[in-house]
Design a protein around this ligand. Structure first.
Ligand code: ACO
Length: 402
């Protein structure tokens, strides 16, 4: 019943594809996913090889610059990151204004956005030196801001970076260390967190990455675009799912551990409850990242003095769901978030920090995708069309006649 003539325009037919299920918004040479076979590759390298043999810094270099670095390139990149870990001292005053119970994702996105005000010499998207400077500044400073957000939430003073440490070790120390006491980073935990960051480093055109590209397509600077990505990741259907999984598991445990009745609630859609950490827009197969994370969860939790009974609960829940027709017919498998929250909890992170950890891991992917978009001459400002379903033309009536 609607006039659709406006949808047949000079550029062809306008299609309605809610959620972009079948519409590609760009060409990209960064990440390859075959969701039906459970394949994920960064720049051609299988995720399994990168997770087991590479490091987060090397993978960041690979995503951003396209090739694995030589030793000299890696050393130069690492050194540049080291000297940029401090944030501008005046940013502390800016942070001090936030309420103490602010969610650390809100603090993080504000902090990243504020980088545009403190580092005005690196905002031009078409100046190579500016882009390089903002790339390094983001990678180096976001862990400092993230750790600051955590310290703020627990009422503790911030820790300055210790640039003799590796990237992830430095972040762990800034998060869990105290200015008054020496802090020894557990190398096993640092390695496990590094691996989790590798697994999260890019995932082609997901919600937050598409947001980064969309904002950047207006030629907004890298800091502004990435802060928008942080906000997109905040939602429980995206990065927030890792905390939602833990809340779900804790609730099942608190209700007596009856997994079957919880699964029935999901199937009956009681209160629209979903099995968090399950399902994926692209993977209709076991998420290859989830397979690695499941293994890591077992190893990290086994090292803890107190085993976490929620891991057993998660494993039983997975087993029951994977044998259930509802999940099988919809091809719903655990995604990367199903086990990550359990690992973060075992490492000592409070639940609100889980999504921040996802953001730290996804950062090089956002940067790489923004840079690819800016460098691509085919890029146009992102501007989706719509199918209008509102009123047809009608006449204005003065207020006394309504
Ligand atoms: N629990 C129960 N049912 C589900 C779930 C779930 N987790 N996920 C999808 N379904 C069902 C839907 O109800 C729908 O069923 P129907 O066809 O009978 O109506 C069908 O499976 C398809 O689901 P959609 O919502 O259309 O799938 P979509 O691709 O839009 O959503 C998403 C993908 C958002 C990830 C979804 O699976 C979900 O909400 N999962 C839980 C949240 C989560 O874990 N998010 C993390 C994603 S991964 C990441 O961001 C790193």
């Amino acid at each position: 019943g609607y006039d659709i003539s406006g949808l047949l325009n000079k550029t062809g037919h306008v299609t309605l594809d809610t959620g972009f299920v079948n519409t590609a918004a760009c060409e990209s040479a960064i990440t390859y996913i075959d969701g039906d076979s459970g394949i994920l590759r960064y720049r051609g390298y299988p995720i399994e090889q990168l997770a087991r043999q590479s490091t987060f810094i090397e993978v960041s270099y690979l995503l951003i610059y396209g090739e694995l670095p030589t030793q000299a390139e890696l050393d130069a990149f690492t050194d540049r990151l080291r000297i940029h870990t401090l944030v501008h001292e005046e940013m502390r005053r800016f942070f001090d204004g936030f309420p103490r119970d602010a969610h650390p994702m809100a603090v993080l996105s504000s902090g990243v956005s504020a980088l545009s005000t403190f580092y005005q010499d690196s905002l031009d998207p078409f100046d190579e030196e500016h882009v390089q400077a903002s790339t390094i500044r983001l990678l180096a400073k976001v862990p400092t801001i993230a750790a600051y957000a955590y310290k703020k939430s627990i009422g503790m003073p911030p820790m300055y970076p210790d640039n003799s440490l590796e990237y992830v070790e430095n972040f762990l120390r800034m998060t869990f260390g105290m200015p008054t006491t020496p802090y020894d980073v557990d190398p096993y935990i640092a390695k496990a967190l590094d691996q989790l960051f590798v697994l999260h480093a890019d995932h082609e055109q997901n919600c937050s990455t598409s947001t980064v590209r969309m904002v950047g397509s207006s030629h907004a600077n890298l800091f502004a675009s990435v802060s928008a990505g942080v906000n997109a990741l905040f939602g429980p259907l995206h990065g927030g799912a890792n905390s939602a999984v833990l809340q779900m598991l804790s609730r099942i445990a608190a209700d007596g551990g009856d997994i079957t009745s919880f699964v029935n609630r999901v199937k009956n859609r009681d209160d629209n409850v979903r099995l968090m950490g399950f399902g994926h827009r692209v993977y209709k197969h076991y998420d290859p990242r989830a397979a690695i994370v499941k293994e890591t969860a077992r190893q990290v939790i086994d090292r803890m003095p107190q085993p976490d009974h929620l891991l057993e609960l998660a494993m039983q829940l997975e087993e029951i769901a994977l044998a259930d027709e509802y999940f099988v017919s919809r091809k719903l498998y655990p995604n990367v978030d199903f086990y990550t929250g359990l690992i973060y909890k075992a490492m000592g992170f409070p639940t609100p920090m889980f999504t921040v950890l996802f953001a730290l891991g996804r950062l090089p992917g956002w940067i790489a995708q923004w840079r690819e978009m800016i460098a691509d001459p085919a890029t146009k400002i992102g501007r989706p069309r719509q199918v209008y379903i509102g009123e047809q033309e009608r006449d204005y009536r003065p207020i006394d006649q309504r």
